[in-house]
Design a protein around this ligand. Structure first.
Ligand code: SF4
Length: 423
């Protein structure tokens, strides 16, 4: 009797999880919200979106009278550290009735941002100490991070580079641009350049093209990447003209940044589709955030929805120890539980690498649930995603030596039995 009840409740739970997963995976438009009277021509113009960003407490209060005391106080102080900016398009994804709305948590300041724990840092990844030239980070042997601008379309409250972005450094196009290019030219070991910032896609097509052309003219630069959150904050920027320009610079990869499946709207899917059609491989980087995506079903929906948009989930970052981010940081145990749930339970292409950027500048360190239970010279004991245990024998080095006659017949190749074959 008991067993039946348990089975029924388990299957009811499974059913409700499936329903939630399917609902999170639905593609919806962000809609027009308060801007329903704006002509299509303006709404779909990325310059219009930038010009009409929400940047002040007064604007925010008018559009969202449900601001909590924590948000009100945080927004009053926000511009002293990391500016407030939200595009009208992205604002429409916020649920004003939900204090813990995962979109709201990412872009609306809170008073907790002003609290700093002793272990938090303004430069948690130690980028400044690995910068041979301002705005260029050379931490790994064969690649550099090129910080080309300090502007973004909107500002993420957990941004690792809050010391630099939102006009904190007072530049649009990096003033040390020529020195940065000269450094790359003089270092033949640099084969991979990642453009980031700030957001490089905020540049005009012309300026971005000039920049990419300069980099492509350096013979040892094999591979270009752009890190951008524009396809999520401002999908209107992904114009056919931009895609046509970018496709001149292959191999060029794009790393987008999205944290919650609701960010993947019909508008975003269309923009990502244009980039994919231009032959640009797309990857996604997410940051594990409390109240945003520290939930197995949310993450499963996110990675599956990314695949539907032709984007490979690339990294899941443990939130850096950036000052004032404690209220957004989920713990590593949660991250490991999410990874445990993804591996084997969804397409391998949909499983990102979970990493911690080692505080102080140690670089990305992958962290993963333990699948190797023990290992010695002869065998590896493994556990699979269902918890079943298997042994892999490593006896190859102990194989007996065979003496083969020099006068041997050519072996016959036998046809495989019908129906057997490998792809
Ligand atoms: S888009 Fe990237 S660089 Fe800009 S605020 Fe967000 S995390 Fe920081």
């Amino acid at each position: 009797m008991h067993r039946n009840t348990d089975t029924q409740s388990t299957s009811a739970e499974g059913q409700s999880t499936r329903l939630r997963l399917n609902s999170l995976k639905e593609f919806r438009s962000a809609g027009r919200g308060f801007w329903r009277d704006v002509p299509d021509r303006d709404w779909n113009d990325w310059h219009w979106q930038l010009k009409h960003r929400i940047t002040t407490l007064e604007q925010l209060q008018r559009l969202m009278p449900t601001l909590t005391p924590e948000e009100y106080a945080g927004t009053q102080l926000a511009n002293q550290k990391l500016a407030l900016a939200i595009t009208p398009y992205f604002f429409n994804l916020i649920d004003p009735a939900d204090e813990n709305c995962p979109i709201r948590r990412q872009v609306i300041p809170r008073i907790e941002e002003t609290h700093t724990a002793s272990w938090e840092m303004s430069d948690p990844c130690g980028e400044d100490s690995h910068s041979p030239v301002p705005g260029l980070v050379h931490r790994y042997p064969d690649r550099v991070l090129f910080l080309v601008t300090d502007r973004c379309a909107a500002y993420c409250r957990y941004c690792t580079r809050s010391r630099l972005v939102s006009n904190a450094a007072g530049y649009d196009f990096h003033p040390e641009f020529d020195k940065q290019i000269a450094y790359i030219e003089q270092h033949p070991e640099v084969r991979d350049v990642l453009l980031s910032g700030g957001d490089p896609l905020l540049f005009s097509d012309t300026r971005l093209e000039q920049l990419l052309r300069r980099l492509r003219a350096i013979p040892h630069v094999e591979f270009l990447r752009i890190g951008t959150r524009i396809p999520i904050f401002l999908p209107q920027r992904i114009t056919p003209e931009l895609c046509t320009m970018l496709k001149q610079f292959h191999p060029l990869f794009l790393s987008i940044h999205t944290n919650h499946p609701r960010e993947l709207t019909t508008e975003v899917r269309a923009g990502l589709g244009r980039l994919a059609e231009a032959g640009i491989p797309l990857g996604n980087q997410s940051v594990l955030l409390k109240y945003v995506n520290d939930d197995v079903t949310v993450m499963q929906a996110l990675v599956q929805k990314l695949l539907l948009c032709r984007v490979k989930p690339y990294y899941l970052y443990q939130c850096d120890l950036i000052t004032g981010s404690a209220h957004l940081r989920a713990n590593v145990r949660t991250g490991l539980e999410i990874m445990e749930h993804l591996r084997g339970h969804t397409t391998g292409y949909g499983v990102p690498t979970y990493v911690i950027d080692a505080p102080g500048g140690g670089g990305k360190v992958p962290v993963s649930p333990e699948y190797v239970l023990s290992r010695n010279r002869d065998r590896v004991v493994l556990r699979n995603y269902e918890g079943k245990v298997f042994e892999y024998i490593e006896g190859a080095t102990d194989a007996p030596a065979y003496k083969v006659s020099e006068n041997f017949d050519t072996p016959k190749v036998l046809a495989p039995p019908p129906g057997l074959g490998r792809c």
